[in-house]
Write a protein that binds this ligand. Structure first.
Ligand SMILES: NC(=O)c1ccc[n+]([C@@H]2O[C@H](COP(=O)([O-])OP(=O)(O)OC[C@H]3O[C@@H](n4cnc5c(N)ncnc54)[C@H](O)[C@@H]3O)[C@@H](O)[C@H]2O)c1
Length: 252
């Protein structure tokens, strides 16, 4: 077991990637705290983990609200051994495929709040708990579009910001034995796409992406979860400030 006895917080845990990550960490021995705004989704995954013999609990928080983030982490503080691992997965593109002239102030702000500010604030609170222990593994969620993506202006800027912040934080907290690394997946097969786009559009999009990726398929949530597990484990103890592209070779 690669994270046995560790306590891990996963945000966005009711989602495709977050859920897979929570299950994966629990399988490898971590006690997992599932956080999201989707209570039912978290409860279902929590039950699944527990019925498989794992350790899991649910803590609801909206990561676009600073007060929610503060409360989430201060609740953790009261637990013995507080926090070893943070995987900050919550996010998503709420302003996709806009022409640059069509950038909408409110949706742009929402993208920055949901993807970038939430990451910075969760990491700030996690470091507060990890520093005294002289131990921490922080995994942030960027995206392959950190390299730039026409039509995803504010989202790619937010995910690029996540990478810059990850490096800055890695420089600042390495001396406390806290590592900080970012994940950068290409397209991942999560249910939200089919829900939002409909089956036909989603299948066309996924097939088009798969044809362009050298490995000829898009990612499964578990591909990302296993990369998160690696960075959260002591197999990656000497890796920090990195971005790990889980891309099937896309955009090499
Ligand atoms: N799916 C992809 O192709 C892909 C690729 C690269 C990066 N990502 C990133 O991976 C992460 C997870 O996305 P996913 O693909 O699993 O999508 P998803 O929609 O299944 O998961 C996102 C989760 O975040 C939660 N969430 C949304 N707003 C929140 C808030 N304000 N506070 C707390 N939780 C909130 C949602 O309820 C959901 O459970 C996101 O950061 C996304 O940007 C996804």
């Amino acid at each position: 077991m690669r994270v046995a006895g560790k306590t891990a917080l996963v945000t966005g845990a009711a989602g495709g990637i977050g859920g897979a990550t929570a299950r994966c960490l629990a399988r490898e021995g971590a006690g997992v705290i599932l956080s999201d705004i989707d209570r039912d989704g978290c409860n279902a995954i929590c039950e699944e983990i527990r019925s498989g013999g794992g350790v899991a609990s649910v803590a609801i928080a909206d990561v676009t609200r600073e007060q929610d983030i503060r409360s989430l982490f201060s609740e953790l503080e009261s637990r013995p051994d507080a926090l070893d691992i943070l995987v900050a997965v919550a996010g998503g593109d709420v302003e996709p495929a806009a022409d640059v002239e069509a950038i909408d102030y409110d949706r742009m702000s929402r993208n920055l709040d949901l993807n970038l500010k939430s990451c910075i604030l969760c990491c700030r609170e996690a470091v507060r708990l990890m520093k005294p222990k002289r131990y921490g593994r922080i995994v942030t969620m960027s995206s392959l579009v950190y390299r730039g993506s026409p039509g995803q202006f504010s989202y790619s800027a937010a995910k690029g910001g996540v990478f810059s912040f990850t490096r800055s934080l890695a420089m600042a907290v390495g001396r406390y034995n806290i590592t900080v690394n970012a994940l950068a997946p290409a397209l991942v097969d999560v249910p939200v796409f089919e829900r939002v786009l409909g089956t036909k559009r989603w299948e066309a999009l996924a097939a088009d992406a798969a044809a362009r990726y050298p490995l000829q398929r898009i990612a499964a949530p578990d591909d990302v979860a296993r990369a998160a597990l690696f960075l959260a484990s002591d197999d990656a103890a000497f890796i920090t400030g990195q971005i790990l592209e889980i891309s099937g070779g896309a955009r090499l």
